[in-house]
Design a protein around this ligand. Structure first.
Ligand SMILES: Cc1ncc(COP(=O)(O)O)c(C=O)c1O
Length: 358
């Protein structure tokens, strides 16, 4: 019998949301991290133009989409050697189902992490082990996840860390997946991809990418894999049987999104400017900001129980996520998402400065 899945963590945050919503100027929700900036018009237009879609889409993706992902992977990731690509219905489904699809019996995942890595291991009835960043100490397992830039910490993997994880994969003949869905959102550090460090041998290595944040397309559910062509063929086979195909209008919108980089630079600048507005306010309020060098979040601590920090912000009408959602090691941190409008972020910073008189 499968182990019980964890309680859906967001339910525990609801009472703090209710407090925040009583603020006279309204609540500012910096918790969930759902994009609010509009999907660029040219992507919406590609989607609309493909809305006549009577036939089934193919699981492997249209040739145009496969070409667009391949070109993007060479240019943006620096992928070399033989690699395959595969569209996904958002990356969350992949994270949740990969251990099942490849029949993994043991899964390693980061000790401060996006909760779905653990959920995927539980769905597969696999043994799940939380590990730190030092892959030279990892135990043997069928597969391991790394996540860079990290949700929730915004930490970026170094070349040495990637190479150590790749060495673990080669030694154990184990699958290594790097979740790089925030790859194009560097701030003080420029993230790189695992596929840059495989020296052209991508066996057992996968990178997973998402357009949800990159192109503000979370509602479309468009993501993709790049990496070991043999492993991708195996994953494709199961996904074909299971009907896990990306709708054709979404595939067309993905081609448009992947063929343009200007909107990504604009979105990156938006998130980084919001971080630059909020960070000094949090520091003035006694928080220390850790990592947060890329991605979508600020990872901060006031060296108190995370729920106390969440409560303090809720009284100001600001909803943040308790770090314990990402593992016990996060229990003294909060995660703050840059997914609110510029005006809301400015107001949130203003409320904090006003409260602490700085
Ligand atoms: C690290 C990480 N991986 C995957 C996902 C899933 O994103 P999506 O399903 O929208 O592609 C998220 C979403 O927040 C995430 O933070």
């Amino acid at each position: 019998m499968r182990q019980k899945l964890p309680d859906f963590p967001w339910d525990a945050l609801a009472p703090y949301g209710a407090i925040a919503r009583t603020h006279p100027e309204g609540a500012i929700d910096l918790s969930v991290g759902t994009p609010v900036d509009p999907t660029p018009e040219f992507i919406q237009s590609a989607f609309r133009d493909a809305s006549n879609s009577p036939g089934y889409p193919v699981t492997i993706g249209t040739p145009e989409l496969r070409d667009a992902i391949t070109a993007w992977a060479k240019k943006t990731l620096g992928a070399t050697g033989d690699f395959g690509v595969l569209p996904l219905i958002g990356s969350k489904e992949f994270v949740a189902w990969l251990p099942t699809l490849i029949e993994a019996h043991s899964v390693l995942y980061p000790d401060v992490a996006y909760p779905t890595y653990l959920v995927g291991a539980l769905l597969a009835e696999a043994e799940a082990t939380a590990v730190n960043l030092d892959a030279s100490q990892w135990p043997a397992a069928d597969m391991a996840w790394v996540n860079t830039p990290s949700n929730p910490t915004g930490r970026v993997h170094s070349e040495a860390e990637f190479r150590s994880a790749i060495a673990w994969s080669r030694k154990n003949k184990s699958v290594l997946v790097s979740d790089e869905c925030y790859l194009e959102f560097g701030d003080s550090v420029q993230p790189t991809s695992i596929l840059q460090y495989t020296d052209g041998d991508n066996s057992n290595i996968l990178g997973v990418y998402s357009l949800s944040k990159r192109s503000s397309m979370a509602g479309y559910r468009g993501a993709y894999l790049v990496g070991d062509p043999v492993l991708i063929a195996k994953i494709l086979e199961v996904r074909k049987h299971a009907g896990m195909m990306v709708p054709l209008p979404v595939q067309k919108a993905m081609v448009a999104a992947l063929s343009e980089q200007k909107h990504v630079a604009e979105q990156r600048a938006r998130y980084n400017a919001r971080r630059a507005t909020l960070a000094p306010a949090l520091i003035a309020a006694g928080f220390t900001i850790d990592n947060s060098e890329a991605g979508l979040y600020i990872w901060a601590t006031r060296n108190e129980n995370c729920w106390d920090s969440v409560s303090w912000l809720a009284d100001l009408g600001i909803i943040a996520t308790p770090g314990v959602f990402y593992g016990e090691l996060g229990s003294r941190h909060i995660r703050i998402a840059m997914t609110a409008t510029d005006v809301q972020i400015h107001d949130a910073a203003g409320r904090i400065h006003a409260k602490v008189g700085a």
